[in-house]
Ligand binder design. Structure first.
Ligand code: SF4
Length: 415
């Protein structure tokens, strides 16, 4: 690992850090790996993140820190993710704790949702001395990390250790507790000085095409979250989408014994939102990509039997940064398939949102100001549910920001 660290130039301008959503001080932690000051490297990372072993493994590094590394101009960029993973895993192995409380404060904060935003906010608020309780709808914490990212990308043992370390700061957790069903917002507001909402937006969006209601059409998020799959053995499956959910779903289904897995994406490979490494890995594992193709219809009598696709061409539209896919007339063709998985985006859980008396934006997310405030001054919001960029590091950053803003609010309003 030192060889990888020595490859870093420790640029004083820290271009890599500007690409990190969490603003990790990358040159400094790498410098300490070079000097074998591993615990100091961990403490530097702790200033901005508590998810080192997670982000080191699953962040789209080439779209973030690594993509900004100056080493990448003439060659390979520094392996920042591997170095962060190394430090995070070393902290787990050596049982290095997250640093202790700065002060003690009896004010109580409820956090709804125990995913990356909620866990990060909980850790940073607890380190400020507050009394923090997480309300989690599942019987385990992690959110998307436990229920959306497959084991082959994020080993569960590592994740459990990361979560345990955060909870060991002295954070209370109420499991199997659904907002609006097992506890209401009114109860939370009465019992706590502030409430932070961090439950994600994990309901698979639909395309609105004919046949989407047939049996055998699934949402990628739901398959991963509930880990409740049909039997894929000997079956042909098509996954529609180009993001990381499409990659995770197609690779998971492929590993579960499907005869053939296609990924249909309406733009070209270069425009895919998924990390290039994930696409490479999926191809290596046998997933077939149909770039510049669009599903226009799902055909079957009760059950899915085939899909109708159409080829697309990409055109430049003035004022838009991304090329627009346009269907090519007459290029339609059919593929026999057994299952169709939609991975074309996600939206918030309407049933929960309806129980909250909070202002929403035009896309249905909770309207959240710069300081994480909602339309209720006691209620804050962070992560996907506020409509933020949905990557783990951005969710964690949003959680950290919320912790800072709640701290300011409590110091000003709750003396
Ligand atoms: Fe090291 Fe690359 Fe960051 Fe420069 S940009 S400090 S070489 S990781």
């Amino acid at each position: 690992m030192e060889e990888k660290a020595n490859y870093c130039l420790n640029c004083p301008t820290k271009p890599c850090a500007t690409g990190c959503p969490l603003g990790n001080d990358i040159p400094s932690f790498i410098k300490n790996i070079k000097e074998r000051n591993y615990k100091k490297a961990y403490n530097i990372l702790l200033k901005t993140t508590v998810l080192q072993s997670v982000c080191g493994r699953i962040c789209p590094h080439m779209k973030q820190c690594r993509g900004k590394c100056v080493r990448g101009i003439k060659g390979e960029p520094v392996e920042i993710g591997e170095l962060e993973t190394f430090v995070g895993d070393m902290a787990i192995k050596n049982q290095w704790e997250i640093n202790k409380l700065e002060e003690k404060d009896d004010k109580k904060i409820a956090i709804v949702g125990g995913g990356p935003a909620g866990l990060t906010a909980a850790a940073f608020l607890r380190r400020k001395g507050y009394n923090v309780t997480i309300y989690e709808k599942h019987n385990e914490l992690g959110g998307l990390l436990s229920h959306g990212i497959p084991e082959f990308r994020l080993p569960r043992g590592i994740l459990h250790n990361v979560i345990e370390k955060i909870i060991n700061l002295g954070i209370n957790v109420k499991y199997n507790c659904v907002l609006g069903k097992d506890i209401t917002m009114e109860q939370l507001k009465k019992e706590y000085n502030a409430v932070l909402l961090t439950f994600g937006a994990n309901i698979s969006a639909k395309m609105g095409i004919e046949g989407e209601e047939l049996k055998g059409v699934y949402g990628g998020n739901e398959l991963l979250e509930n880990n409740n799959h049909p039997d894929y053995n000997g079956k042909t499956v098509v996954v529609n989408g180009g993001g990381n959910t499409a990659m995770d779903t197609s690779r998971t289904i492929n590993r579960m014994g499907a005869k053939k897995v296609y990924v249909v994406y309406r733009r070209a490979r270069e425009q895919m939102p998924a990390e290039q490494k994930e696409i490479d890995d999926a191809i290596k594992e046998g997933v077939e990509f149909l770039f510049q193709n669009n599903i226009v219809k799902i055909i079957g009598d009760k059950y899915v039997e085939k899909i109708e696709c159409i080829k697309t061409e990409l055109i430049k539209v003035e004022g838009e940064t991304r090329l627009k896919p346009v269907n090519i007339d007459g290029s339609n063709y059919e593929i026999p398939v057994d299952y169709v998985v939609m991975a074309v985006g996600a939206k918030p859980e309407e049933e929960v949102l309806e129980t909250l008396d909070l202002k929403r934006n035009k896309w249905g997310y909770i309207e959240t100001g710069e300081n994480n405030k909602t339309s209720d001054e006691k209620v804050f919001c962070a992560g996907d549910i506020s409509g933020q960029t949905s990557t783990v590091a951005w969710a964690a950053r949003s959680g950290r920001n919320a912790a800072e803003n709640i701290d300011k609010y409590l110091k000003k309003n709750c003396l």
